[in-house]
Design a protein around this ligand. Structure first.
Ligand SMILES: [Zn+2]
Length: 863
């Protein structure tokens, strides 16, 4: 171990004086004084401090690497860490400097000279100063001695050395990215597509520049786009203009910027809610009138919207199933192509190593940046649980307490109708041979730790308290004999808990099965009548893929009936909200559609060509790719219509890549806004790389995976994070997996322990969760910054997110490097002769695509 102790250990006032004298040498603007600049250019440190690793944490090898990296950095000048962050308090300043980086790790990259020849490559490179970070690539470039004109030489070299193989790789990856863009475009899932994005402050961007999580990283921001500096206290007055959509009205209105929790029912005679708090009142909701357009399901099983005059021609273009399977096949071809796999694998390895390098260099700077932010820390960062099922969102202790209190207080509630007679709660427990006193967490037996690994069937049974479906029916269903009253009460308690915590938010999944057309109205009435509104909660609708069960029980004859039950009410309420007023109001809090079930069920291929839904009448469940397409396709016209009407649109955020066939992930890549799980991406480098390039959100739940499919230490979550995938942490099923009242914090806590995440990484994860979530623009703006949708440091407000600017800038630069590489491949000249196309592997979906691309076949199958 290195044994050269620091003469003035960091942390002492002495160390501060001698080692970190930079602040003295910089003026208040953060620009180096002439003297300091002189020193930096000549490579010498002020006060003669030498560069030496003095931290015993590093082994000899690491130390040597650090030393050489650092000497490279030293060649590039200095920086004043204090001047970077606005809103610095004297106390925070003192903190930072005292805890500053050990000498040798204090980074000194450029500020003024940093503007590399990257201006064109990074069209939206912010003018915001980004702290001590300089891209590693740039750093290496700088470090290498360069002669005059070397840049041209370099460019020439890049062109010269592109082999046809590499070029075709670049092209196939670019084609895959374009395919996704096409599907996102026609389903309106991107920034600016949803009327709720227009909150009066959001200035619209051309839709070609937007992606699902904000501005495209490679887009050029229009030069006249108004930029809002994070140092300003708030955004200016609402943007005006006749062509701007009407600002989205959030009802009940969100709490004021600074608020404290108050109990809803205050002490006797007093209304506890503060005056500014608006309580939900259905009577106050405005229900718009009927719209003139009409809708109808076409013979391919997709709802289409028609104008008045021409009934024959649908108003919206929806990619049909044939087109989808051909595109999917193109993607699968790339996915299974040998060279593409190796290429993606190498890029991913590179990205991960680059991250390691970045942290080694910048960890101390990041910590210093975070310490300078007053007030903000991990606990008061906004976090969204991006993936949690409502019926298991309480923990067991909570459910147990609730059941016991019901048995004690209202044993005579009539709760269920079984075998021709009504039963009270007391009678139900009598029939189970149980008393309130007997009940414990152990008898409840809902924890999934021991016996559910690779047994999703067993896991599903864990939803039944004490293994009794009767209790699940009574306590955990929205549509039962007591009209979901118990579950509503439980939900209210959960909402109160969330509101008390203030910074934790949820996107609850709740089921619509597609068994009957009145499910939507029942669910909406349950929410509205019980006033299940909370500032901390939004809803997603989960659709279980259970066609085979309904078919088996004779409930329906073909797959199209499910689609009709799922979507007809949504089209009806969009045409005329007055036909389903509750549903119209409830949908304002619904952000998207999810698709759920056990992915590990085998999918047998029974058709050469997939038939349309009206002729899908076998007992087999359609495969994942088919289910997902039909949910997607029916959202397309719906979203376009809703946008025209000024109603909020929905995104597709399915469960995907938890188990089963990795091909599911290919479908999601094309169709989904973001996904839950995605652990199987670790086995498919091409898709993982594509998910990275498109920054598709992954709501991951390592604790849930640990109980079901993948042990905690093998979970790819930390690796994805290093690589730069857009990951967030979520709980999935607190009832089965978590022990505490704050399951989301538990999830963060375990991840921080096992994967050793730094505070900056936790902050980045929290920020990711907000970005991925479906909370309204107005809310996100308040939580993570006024222009959070701009990439890199430009969109960051460290005072709200606590994520160091250098971190986001690193992520952005790295992504730009990859995108730039692929784009450059397109432009490059081909050297060498043409290659044969890749060989098509035979997969289930290739067969389908082949069959469907045959002329005159259509996809009608057996007609
Ligand atoms: Zn889940």
């Amino acid at each position: 171990m290195p044994a050269n102790p620091s003469p003035s250990p960091p942390g002492t006032p002495d160390g501060y004086m001698s080692d970190n004298s930079l602040p003295d040498e910089h003026n208040a603007n953060g620009t180096p004084s002439p003297d300091a600049a002189e020193n930096e250019r000549s490579g010498a440190r002020p006060n003669g401090t030498k560069t030496r690793p003095e931290n015993a944490l590093f082994s000899f090898q690491e130390e040597r690497t650090l030393q050489s990296i650092e000497s490279m950095k030293l060649a590039h000048g200095g920086h004043d860490p204090i001047a970077v962050t606005p809103h610095t308090t004297p106390r925070a300043r003192a903190n930072t400097v005292r805890g500053g980086a050990p000498p040798g790790l204090e980074l000194t990259p450029m500020i003024t000279e940093k503007v590399e020849p990257t201006t064109e490559e990074h069209p939206i490179m912010p003018s915001v100063q980004i702290g001590s970070y300089t891209s590693i690539g740039g750093m290496m470039e700088k470090a290498a001695p360069k002669e005059k004109g070397s840049e041209e030489v370099e460019e020439e070299e890049q062109e010269t050395f592109i082999t046809p193989e590499l070029l075709s790789l670049y092209e196939s990856f670019s084609r895959c990215l374009d395919l996704r863009d096409k599907y996102m475009g026609s389903s309106l899932q991107r920034l600016g597509d949803n009327p709720e994005h227009y909150d009066g402050h959001f200035t619209p961007l051309p839709s070609g520049l937007c992606d699902v999580n904000g501005l495209r990283p490679d887009a050029k921001l229009p030069s006249d786009y108004p930029l809002h500096s994070p140092t300003e206290p708030g955004p200016g007055p609402p943007a005006e203009g006749s062509n701007l959509p009407h600002p989205w009205h959030l009802y009940p209105k969100p709490p004021p910027p600074h608020w404290h929790w108050h109990p809803k029912e205050g002490p006797s005679g007093m209304n506890g809610a503060p005056p500014e708090e608006e309580e939900f009142d259905f009577a106050k909701c405005e229900i718009p009138e009927e719209h003139e357009w009409t809708f109808e399901m076409d013979d391919k099983g997709v709802y289409q919207v028609y104008g008045n005059d021409e009934k024959q021609k649908p108003l919206c273009r929806v990619p049909d199933i044939r087109e989808y399977f051909i595109d999917l096949d193109a993607l699968l071809t790339v996915m299974t192509d040998g060279p593409a796999k190796s290429f993606a694998f190498r890029r991913l390895r590179y990205l991960s190593s680059k991250w390691t390098m970045y942290t080694l260099l910048n960890e101390y700077t990041e910590t210093a940046d975070m310490k300078r932010v007053p007030h903000r820390d991990f606990y008061n960062l906004r976090k969204v649980d991006t993936h949690v099922h409502h019926s298991s969102s309480m923990n067991q202790k909570h459910l147990l307490r609730f059941i016991k209190s019901k048995m004690k207080r209202t044993p005579n509630d009539v709760v269920i109708f079984r075998d021709g007679r009504e039963l009270t709660l007391a009678q139900v427990f009598e029939s189970l041979n149980l008393t309130a006193y007997d009940l414990s967490i152990d008898t409840l037996d809902m924890h999934a730790h021991q016996d559910t690994f690779h047994r999703f069937d067993k896991f599903n049974l864990k939803y039944n308290p004490i293994g009794e479906s009767r209790l699940r029916e009574i306590f955990m269903k929205t549509d039962n004999y007591i009209k979901g009253r118990y579950l509503a009460e439980l939900t209210k308690e959960l909402m109160t808990d969330l509101e008390q915590s203030k910074y934790q938010n949820c996107e609850w999944r709740i089921s619509i099965y597609g068994r009957s057309p009145d499910e939507w109205d029942k669910l909406a009435k349950w929410v509205i009548n019980n006033k299940l509104y909370s500032h901390n909660v939004r809803w997603l609708i989960q659709v279980p893929r259970l066609y085979d069960i309904y078919k088996g029980s004779g409930l329906m004859s073909n797959f199209q009936q499910i689609l009709e039950n799922l979507f007809r009410p949504l089209y009806e309420v969009t045409k005329n909200p007055r036909t389903h007023p509750e549903l119209h109001v409830f949908l304002q809090r619904v952000v998207g559609i999810d698709s759920v079930d056990d992915e590990s069920k085998p999918e047998r291929r029974i058709y050469r060509k997939y038939p349309y839904p009206r002729v899908w009448d076998t007992k087999q469940n359609p495969p994942y790719s088919y289910w997902l397409y039909y949910i997607y396709a029916n959202l397309c016209a719906l979203n376009q219509w809703r946008k025209v009407r000024g109603f909020n649109t929905f995104v597709l955020r399915p469960h995907c890549g938890e188990a089963g066939d990795p091909d599911h992930l290919a479908s999601a890549f094309l169709l989904a806004h973001s996904i839950s799980h995605g652990i199987l991406l670790r086995k498919v480098p091409v898709l993982q790389y594509l998910f990275y390039l498109k920054q598709i959100g992954l709501a991951m739940s390592p604790l849930s995976n640990n109980a079901l499919f993948l042990t905690y230490e093998r979970n790819p979550f930390p690796e994805y994070f290093k690589t730069g995938l857009n990951v967030s942490l979520s709980t999935d099923d607190p009832l089965q997996f978590h022990f505490t009242k704050e399951p989301l914090l538990e999830e963060y806590s375990v991840a921080a322990h096992i994967y050793k995440f730094s505070q900056a990484s936790l902050a980045e994860l929290a920020r990711n969760s907000v970005v991925q979530s479906g909370f309204e623009m107005q809310i996100k703006r308040h939580w993570i910054g006024h222009q959070w949708y701009l990439p890199g440091a430009l969109g960051n407000d460290i005072n709200k997110t606590n994520v160091p600017n250098i971190r986001l800038q690193y992520r952005h630069d790295t992504l730009m490097e990859e995108l730039g590489m692929l784009a450059q491949g397109r432009k490059a000249r081909v050297v060498g002769k043409e290659q044969d196309g890749p060989i098509h592997p035979v997969t289930a979906d290739t067969v389908a695509a082949k069959a469907m691309s045959m002329p005159s076949s259509g996809a009608g199958g057996r007609r």
